[in-house]
Ligand binder design. Structure first.
Ligand code: ADP
Ligand code: TRP
Length: 331
């Protein structure tokens, strides 16, 4: 079984990204074959600054490795290091109906947020389909917002297969990451870069404390009993604490006599200790850029090997010569 997923390097990863996605990528690694990539080509639809993009990609690799993505058990690569993916995208575009893309809600949402409605943004799901189909992926762990893109991927693959009369492309299935998991941000809304309410995983200690202390709460006085169920500080604490610790803090909420400052301090302490080993590991990785680059290049080598095999099959299916995918072809 091949598991594949991609994450866009559009900024530093936050607690929502970790508990909603990255933690599960790591749990799934070692599954016969796990392919994870940094979707830098997709990020071009929103990041238009070369220096920033490069830095984001480096940070994404460092974060993922520090958090436990293990190159011995998973293949980690940069999307743009496998140029076969953009060729496959073109081949898929030729069988993709315009109306299929027009239905995609993520496109409409992004345009509503003010992102330029260019052809790259519109055809984003086709590049995503190419990402998935290029490696004969079986299972694709994604957030609920990406399920529609998986349906588009299956639709395009079926259309390609029926157009050319064969099972050339393998149909993937989506695996929804922690259904309903919604990590709240500092304002109580879903944590997201686009809302400016994130708490970054590797935020320096001082600004981490500041971010946590800025989490919005109600204005009940210290003495009043409080409801842990409706409090985002408590929701965040649950991500890091054991069931016993959660029970103890919940009781203190209900008993009254505890201010939110104390609960926030508990979130700070619990998160610092939760990510402590990852922080240490990240510092070590920053000091060894050659190792990180080596991991990405080795990942790209493995991914390309599989990608070239699939692209060859697809080229042949549509009547293109396959020799261009051979390393020995050198016109
Ligand atoms: P952002 O909303 O900050 O731009 P992305 O859309 O790049 O984040 O998210 C990448 C992955 O992280 C998504 O697939 C999603 O599953 C997960 N994710 C992001 N924010 C949250 C959140 N607040 N709660 C749970 N999962 C999240
Ligand atoms: N579109 C995904 C997101 O925004 C990222 C992504 C790109 C992806 N290509 C993919 C995810 C292929 C899974 C498989 O989260």
């Amino acid at each position: 079984m091949r598991v594949l997923s991609g994450i866009q390097p559009t900024g530093r990863f936050h607690w929502g990204n970790y508990f909603g996605a990255i933690q599960q990528y790591i749990a799934l690694q070692g599954n016969e074959q796990s392919f994870y990539f940094i979707a830098d080509l997709h990020a071009l639809t929103t990041v238009r600054d070369a220096k920033a993009l490069k830095q984001n990609v480096t940070d994404a690799a460092l974060d993922l490795l520090a958090l436990g993505l293990d190159p011995a058990r998973a293949t980690l690569f940069r999307q743009s290091d496998v140029p076969e993916v953009t060729e496959l995208m073109w081949l898929l575009l030729t069988v993709t109906q315009f109306s299929l893309l027009e239905k995609c809600t993520s496109y409409k949402d992004k345009v509503a947020k003010g992102i330029a409605p260019d052809a790259g943004l519109f055809t984003y799901p086709v590049l995503m389909a190419a990402d998935i189909l290029l490696y004969d992926s079986d299972v694709v762990p994604v957030g609920a917002d990406q399920i529609q893109h998986l349906e588009v991927t299956r639709d395009i693959a079926q259309r390609f297969n029926s157009t050319y009369g064969g099972e050339f492309l393998h149909l993937p299935t989506a695996r929804v990451l922690k259904e309903g998991a919604k990590v709240p941000g500092t304002d109580g809304e879903k944590m997201s870069k686009s809302y400016g309410n994130t708490i970054e995983i590797f935020e320096p200690e001082k600004s981490l404390r500041k971010r946590i202390m800025s989490i919005k709460t109600d204005s009940l006085p210290m003495e009043a009993p409080k409801d842990p169920e409706t409090c985002s500080v408590f929701a965040l604490y649950q991500l890091f604490a054991s069931p016993e610790q959660q029970g103890t803090l919940a009781e203190r909420y209900r008993a009254g006599g505890m201010g939110y400052g104390e609960a926030k301090q508990a979130v700070f302490d619990a998160s610092m200790s939760y990510f402590n080993a990852a922080r240490t590991r990240r510092t070590e990785l920053v000091a060894d850029p050659a190792y990180v680059e080596g991991v990405l290049q080795e990942g790209a080598r493995k991914a390309r090997k599989k990608g070239q095999e699939v692209l060859k099959r697809v080229r042949q299916a549509c009547g293109l010569l396959a020799h261009a995918t051979d390393a020995s072809f050198n016109p």
